[in-house]
Design a protein around this ligand. Structure first.
Ligand SMILES: NC(=O)c1ccc[n+]([C@@H]2O[C@H](COP(=O)([O-])OP(=O)(O)OC[C@H]3O[C@@H](n4cnc5c(N)ncnc54)[C@H](O)[C@@H]3O)[C@@H](O)[C@H]2O)c1
Ligand SMILES: O=C(O)[C@H](O)COP(=O)(O)O
Length: 527
């Protein structure tokens, strides 16, 4: 097996490269690439490991013809076009916890820097001024800290603030009252937070809802003398309005680690009184960088080597332990999806995936994605497990999942049904020896077959001489039959024949078979 190739395109702890190599990947570390340089080389890589500097745009993704996975050593993935990566079937992962403590500590550090004007005091003292009377600070004890966003980082900030004897109020529409109590924070609406907080710290992602959450209008609602910290994302604060607030003295201080445009080599806020900045250092401690580098390398190599999926933003998780157990089911699911796709000539508004027995005890998401991938591959060859649910949604296909834990006729069974204009049609399969996918039922007729290579599906009326006629027709055309599987609803009634053949069957021969007495329909299949 050729080794998967990974590119590390942002500065990362050297342990990342070491892990990739130990786990069986080839790795190149090339940082500081311009977009056109990345486009030039990305085509040869299976995996891409990044931080926030590499922007994974549509153009990069289009050039990444072999790319299977993008791993963000960190939290924010706003530098990756996830919808486009999903549409192209590329898994996007991040490391959601590795740098949270470090970033929370940076927010607390900036809060103290603001409270005691540390950067200005340092600059003045080192300039030999000894301005003891110029720098009058404020205590944080007893003050109210307003958290906008109370997820991983926000909740760690809350715990540190409580240790400093601050009161914490939190605005987060997704924060449950129970979780707020557990955090020791008071859940409030944004208006209340703006009115009450002495310090405001932001910890949300940048979304359509959070963009400019501290707009000019909202900044005007803050308490006079408020101090604002942003270690989350540029774009959450209206920078021009912040500058005005600082200049007017309504805002007593602001500390930004992140900016609307990065790298922020120029920014109107620079030089404003009581303004402190750091160059997106929230995650920059040796501890956090080791954490995220190890995690991203482990996650990417797991995916590339064994199919394990952890912390993916566009695909269900699948642990490296689960992957070997699920792999034969995914193969079965994909074959069943493909079979029903190849045999459906209608618009399909609904697909139902029913698992029974052992299959029902497994993680259903990968099985469902595999069915959809198999089904949609008959319509597009750019589909895979990542983009299949997305494409199905785009095509208006309703997807239903049904589980029956008790066993039926088989110890384990996956059934795929589609709604057609003629009603519900289904195929079902099991695993032989817990490993080999096998069809056991087709359109309500029991028939056992391995679904492999080139096959022919023939629907016929059960009649003597039919099998011989098919064999002779294929034989005369020099087509060898590999396997032969028969099923029928009742003697003399609806029947099916599934054949595996060595090589594809040309159209004229299909027409000849179609013209044989008692044949109702013939369809070539490919697995
Ligand atoms: N400066 C840095 O170097 C650095 C380092 C790590 C993370 N970050 C950034 O910090 C941010 C927070 O990270 P996290 O790990 O805590 O994320 P998280 O997903 O754990 O928490 C985000 C919280 O924001 C809340 N939220 C979402 N929409 C909201 C809205 N409209 N109003 C209020 N709250 C809303 C969510 O409910 C969630 O609780 C992310 O943007 C991340 O990229 C920055
Ligand atoms: O979202 C994150 O994890 C932070 O913004 C860290 O970014 P960085 O890896 O570029 O320091």
């Amino acid at each position: 097996m050729t080794k998967p190739k990974v590119l590390i395109s942002d500065k990362m702890d050297p342990q990342a490269a070491q892990i990739f190599r130990e786990r069986g990947c080839e790795v190149d570390e090339i940082t500081g690439l311009k977009p056109e340089e990345l486009i030039e080389i990305i085509g040869k890589y299976d995996g891409l490991a990044i931080r926030s500097s590499t922007k994974v745009t549509k153009e990069i993704i289009d050039a990444a013809t072999n790319l299977k996975v993008i791993g963000r050593a960190g939290i924010g993935v706003d530098n990756v076009d996830i919808p486009y990566a999903s549409a192209k079937g590329i898994v996007v992962m991040n490391t959601p916890f590795g740098n949270s403590i470090t970033t929370a500590e940076h927010a607390i550090a900036l809060m103290f820097a603001l409270a005691r004007q540390l950067p200005e005091a340092d600059a003045s003292t080192q300039a030999g001024k000894w301005e003891k009377n110029r720098f009058m600070g404020v205590e944080v004890t007893g003050k109210t800290l307003g958290l906008i966003g109370a997820g991983n980082i926000g909740s760690i900030v809350a715990s540190r603030a409580l240790g400093l004897r601050m009161k914490v109020v939190a605005f987060d529409p997704f924060l449950t009252p129970e979780r707020a109590i557990e955090m020791g924070a008071e859940k409030v609406d944004l208006e209340t937070l703006l009115a009450k907080a002495d310090f405001i710290t932001l910890h949300t992602p940048l979304t359509d809802q959070t963009r400019n959450i501290l707009s000019a209008e909202n900044l005007a609602k803050t308490k006079k003398g408020v101090r604002i910290i942003n270690c989350a994302r540029g774009g959450l604060i209206d920078e021009a309005a912040l500058k005005e607030g600082l200049e007017s003295g309504h805002i007593a201080g602001a500390a930004l680690d992140v900016f609307a445009v990065e790298p922020a080599k120029e920014n109107p806020l620079f030089g404003t009184p009581n303004f402190i900045s750091t160059p997106h250092l929230g995650a920059s401690t040796s501890e956090a960088q080791v954490n995220v580098a190890l995690q991203v390398a482990e996650q990417l190599s797991d995916y590339l080597i064994s199919g394990g999926v952890t912390n993916a933003l566009n695909m269900p998780s699948l642990s490296a332990e689960e992957a070997p157990k699920l792999r034969p089911y995914m193969a079965l699911a994909e074959k069943l999806g493909s079979m029903i796709g190849q045999l459906s000539h209608d618009v399909i508004p609904r697909i139902s995936i029913h698992t029974e027995g052992a299959a029902a005890e497994l993680n259903q998401k990968p099985i469902v994605s595999a069915v959809l991938a198999g089904f949609l591959r008959t319509q597009t060859d750019t589909v895979n497990m990542v983009n299949a649910p997305f494409l199905a949604r785009e095509r208006g296909i309703e997807v239903r999942e049904i589980k029956t834990e008790r066993e039926g006729d088989y110890h384990t069974l996956v059934r795929v049904s589609v709604k057609t204009s003629q009603g519900e049609r289904s195929v079902a399969g099991t695993l032989f020896g817990n490993a080999a996918p096998r069809l056991v039922e087709l359109f309500g007729i029991k028939v056992e077959a391995d679904l492999d290579g080139n096959m022919l599906y023939i629907a016929n009326t059960d009649a003597p001489g039919f099998i011989g006629a098919v064999g002779t027709t294929l034989g005369e055309a020099g087509i060898n039959i590999g396997t032969f599987h028969l099923g029928r609803r009742e003697a003399g009634g609806e029947a099916i024949l599934l054949l595996s053949v060595d090589g594809s069957v040309p159209q004229e021969l299909l027409c000849k078979i179609d013209a044989l007495p008692s044949v109702r329909r013939v369809t070539p299949l490919k697995f």
